[in-house]
Design a protein around this ligand. Sequence first.
Ligand code: NA7
Length: 559
Amino acid sequence: MTKTAAPESGTSKEDVDAVVVGAGLAGLGMVYHLVDRGFSVRAFEAANDVGGTWYWNRYPGARCDSPVDVYCYFFSDELLQSWNWSSKYPRQPELLRYFQHVADRFDLRQHITFETRVVSARFDEERNRWVVKTDGEEQVTCKYLITAVGCLSSIQVPDFPGLETFRGEWYHSARWPHEGVDFAGKRVGIIGTGSTGIQATPLIAAEADHLTVFQRTPNFSLPARDHRLSQEQMTALKQSYRTIHETIRHTVSGQLYQLKPGSALDVPADERLRLYEKDWAEGGFHLLFGEWEDLLTNEESNTTAADFVRSKIAEIVQDPHTRELLQPRDHPIGTKRPALDSDYFETFNRDNVSLVDVRAAPIVELTEQGVRTTETEYELDCLVFATGFDAITGALLEMDIRGRGGLPLKEKWVDGPTTYLGLGTEGFPNLFTITGPGSPAVLGNMPITIEQHLEWIRDCLEHLRAEGLDTIEATSDAEREWTAEVEAIAAETLMVKVNSWYMGSNIPGKPRRFVIYLGGVGQYGDVIEGVAGSGYPGFTLSSSPQPVGVLAGPSGGPS
Ligand code: NA7
């Protein structure tokens, strides 16, 4: 599967139009769009294949939370018409095959160097070039540095004392062995009840001798109700793709459903219940993101949905103590990332599954035998960390990115990230951050939030090329205003009231700040299109002559 673009070894001093960091959904799409417009591109990817999230997250039960109606690239009709999905919410192997198919179909691997991380990027102000270095000791210069590193790719393993002494196997969900893990006959523990823990628990339970779920915060989860797609359904979907695409570009979440105006409280209780029941029966996130627009802003409205989901959990789970523990009561529904599940709550009715409340009795250490909490020790053969990620900024700041005056991005963002439109930040010219902080990113359907950025960056680079411009850089005023707007919109919601990875509060020492644009995918698209259409206000565009002959290189574009 591994295919690596030239050069094969040693240090090179290649110059290209753009370096793209990452070859997941965003990076692969960016390479496609730039090559399509005649830019020379080098992409670097740490994995040995494309796929990003779907390359790394191979844990049992890993699947997409967006239905296939909306989870795909829309840039090619041939692609849309040629690919057949097997089910509504496909599993990881199928999603990975899709991205491999895209890479092959458009011959994109030739532009990607695999098994290579970008470790640093420094902006050379004299030449208006980024100097990019990799862990393969390669050096490439480029005009545009485009990060496509993923919002949830920098993994977080809690710093429990004694991890090195544990004699069993342990795995983080996003660094899963490619050959899989054999749980048969084993005492397995899983820490974490976010989306990952909720997807993995039923499958591990079905295989293991015994599964202990260590839960710190119970999570709201809605049934996915995945089902296979018949040939007729797939044909109908193919006929609808264009209409679907046009629709979801303008919705709040980039999904087919749209929040309704008004309040959940304006609806008679029996009618509200009827709608919640219908949503629950149909599955998916509709209950939360397809009903009333005040569900995430008005605590009382939110409670109507939260109470409904709690009542469903109570109906499913048989053991009274477990039933109580599984019902989330410490946060409004939707303020931490809710999950979609397939038989998660039902799994706790199995004899070989137990739930441990590590809020009441926290984990203090790992021992040779297993996990010790303040109350007791749990002996395990295998431990799964479903403990999440340093979200949004983690992977960006793992690279040593330095802008004007050698300023490290890490230093600039020490109190939390600030950007203009989530796409650029002052002092770092020609740096584009796909789904960066300040954009809708993970709070929209990812293929659409990514598509907005891919098209915007592509068009921006074409504009710069056509106008003979060298740099584009956010102004500090625009950045300050945009960041304030992002925070102001978030402040209207319940999201800022709780601890979550949206807030950065899952990572010790990380500034607690809401960095996702909540104005909606459609509205965000209008804003960035408007900026591009009116000559990029809020950015400084400039041309400054480069020293002749310094940068001769195989640049494919007329830059
Ligand atoms: P999440 O949503 O960050 O979930 C991580 C889980 O791990 C969550 O339940 C945490 O509890 C728990 N956790 C983390 N550290 C600890 C410690 N030290 N002790 C006990 N429990 C801990 O990550 P996921 O991988 O599930 O999902 C990430 C996203 O990927 C998902 O939302 C989708 O967008 C795809 P906490 O809630 O912090 O109390």
